[in-house]
Design a protein. Structure first.
Length: 261
């Protein structure tokens, strides 16, 4: 894959990973077509993906911003290479060579992220990038690919500041979305939109008076939402939400066995 195509593919994926909801059905179908083309090595796969994202204004803005940042970063790297051009440099490793050695290529990772069945590419990326097998492969992969994967993981796991504030508000407390919106002085619609993402990605869950349902949700998580949650829905943090707010305690889980999953 040429450098320009790689930058375009990276920017498309970063735009999807920063997107705070499932993409529309028509766009999802087009993205799946682009994913199939990418897996098959079709020369226009990246163009097809870019064209699909361009139909949504928010995704289009996210793509443009991501691509501009990547171009600046790439230019800086090229200047750095030119500055040490007189030094012995290791020969570049092609995608074919390290794929045959058992490593994952950029195209493989992109196809895995794009294979989300429910059009929630952020959640799919979290699932893909947290796989132990992929992390082991990245230990042996070229540094350039490692850096791309790290950037994807950062984008997929990064929450909006308002979402973090909502999680802090319900930590150790039970609040409805209406209460949260009032406390944070944000529109109820925004609280619902951000709450839907937090819910579907497993950072928060609802509270139920039904004991069996409460137990099931604490173990398996609440079912995903197609529509924003009702403003009267009472919420609490999951373990995932707690450890996002307190990453330093991740290795000390025994102190938090009583927290909901």
């Amino acid at each position: 894959m040429k450098a320009n195509e790689a930058i375009t593919l990276d920017a498309c994926l970063l735009a999807l990973l920063h997107y705070s909801d499932r993409v529309p059905t028509d766009m999802h179908q087009q993205i799946q077509e682009a994913k199939a083309q990418l897996s098959a090595g079709h020369p226009n796969a990246v163009k097809h993906l870019k064209r699909a994202l361009g139909q949504d204004e928010q995704l289009k803005r996210l793509y443009i911003a991501s691509r501009q940042q990547l171009i600046v970063k790439y230019s800086q790297q090229e200047r750095a290479k030119s500055a040490v051009a007189t030094l012995p440099m290791p020969s570049p490793v092609s995608a074919i060579s390290y794929a045959q050695a058992g490593f994952t290529t950029l195209e493989d990772i992109a196809a895995a992220i794009l294979s989300s069945p429910d059009a929630n590419y952020r959640a799919k990326a979290q699932q893909v990038l947290n796989q132990p097998e992929l992390q082991k492969q990245m230990e042996r992969a070229p540094k350039e690919l490692q850096a791309v994967v790290q950037e994807f993981a950062k984008a997929a796991n990064q929450l909006h500041p308002t979402q973090v504030a909502m999680m802090k508000k319900i930590e150790g407390n039970f609040f409805s979305l209406d209460d949260i919106a009032y406390s944070l002085q944000i529109p109820v619609e925004s609280a619902q939109r951000y709450g839907k993402v937090l819910w579907n990605e497993g950072y928060i869950r609802p509270i139920s008076n039904n004991l069996l349902k409460q137990l099931w949700w604490s173990l398996k998580g609440a079912p995903p939402l197609d529509q924003p949650p009702n403003i009267d829905t009472v919420l609490t943090l999951t373990n995932k939400g707690y450890f996002y707010l307190h990453p330093g305690t991740l290795n000390n889980k025994s102190n938090h066995n009583g927290r909901s999953l």
